[in-house]
Design a protein around this ligand. Sequence first.
Ligand SMILES: [Zn+2]
Length: 397
Amino acid sequence: MKKFFCLSIFICGLLLSSCSSSSIAGSILSAKEGSETADGRMIDTEASKITGNSDSTATSRPIPEPTLTMTAAPTLTQTPTPTPSLTPSPTSTPTAPDLISFSYSDLHQGVQPVAYIEDPCDYLISRWDEDKSAPGTIVVPIMFHSVAKPGREITDSTTISVAYLDYFMERAKTLGFSTITTEELIGFLESNEKIPERSMILILDDRRPGVIEEYFMPYLEENDWTLTLAWPTTDATSNSLWERMESLAETGYLDVQSHGHDHIYIQDYTPLEEIEEEVYQPIEVIQSHFGTTPRALIWPGGNFNQISVQLAQEAGFKLGFTVFSRGPVMYNWIPLGPQETAMGAPLLVLPRFWSTAADAALEKALQIVEEARVAAEILKAEELAYIASYCQPQDGD
Ligand SMILES: [Zn+2]
């Protein structure tokens, strides 16, 4: 009998059941207006539609503040605060206890880690399988936009300087981070497949071949890293741009994923046919130009709603990314705000950090992971006992 769920799934369920469609709509609307305050930086400054091939992107929306608050660091001497305890109910019947999931005290207000593996046995067996990722393995998703040439004045908060990109890449390497692909992230999140303990997925939004060639490619080649592209497949793409991108993809360093077809910011009034085209069309286009099938949908403008999330799942997308910098992700542990939680599909609304504070995102991840590892050690004996007691094959299974 596997009828017990992780505590956070229960909480998630409560949230879901109390979330009316109007409040969902309200929360989505507030995202577009840029009023998100839990982390204060959800606004995508991309143009709502892409029509040219320019490396730079028009900025017609409010600008997020850099995520400086992410650097608030707890003192090193402080004992990690996880207080996990498995407390089997004092009963003689063979009922499985609730599992306590790891929580981290320094997430932004309103952000909660959400578990999504429904069967606790599936979760625990994968978690403690020595051939899989060790507890404490973490992935930091980071989104990039423009990179300004030396001397160019930076007038928006999505652009970073070459000097900062160089600093970040070196810092990531020093801290022991390396990149993973979308496919690897899917394996990790779904079944804890082995990835580097300190992983990041670097996502470059929109169409910036010059930025790829000039600034990212040297690092990709040097470290054998991957750059994931959030690529809008619009019909406005010239043949020469397709050829340029196809030859870049042939290097093997790019991981081309969907960023919609016409880069439409999905709103509640967006016609269904338009949402369908945004979700389905890029699959064919990416297949025809790159020979691969996109499995991640990076929501244009960070906009999503219940319909688009459902369509994305039906279309075969396994992951979706927002522009909310909620935190790094771990196996069965996705920090989400209320808007994403309300979708009921955590993997389709994954957080991403802004490139303007990318190094702070890595530092933050290391703090979280340290506590997560301690928590896992504390829970290990009890979780293994749980597996032994409740996760053995039974007659009829
Ligand atoms: Zn975009």
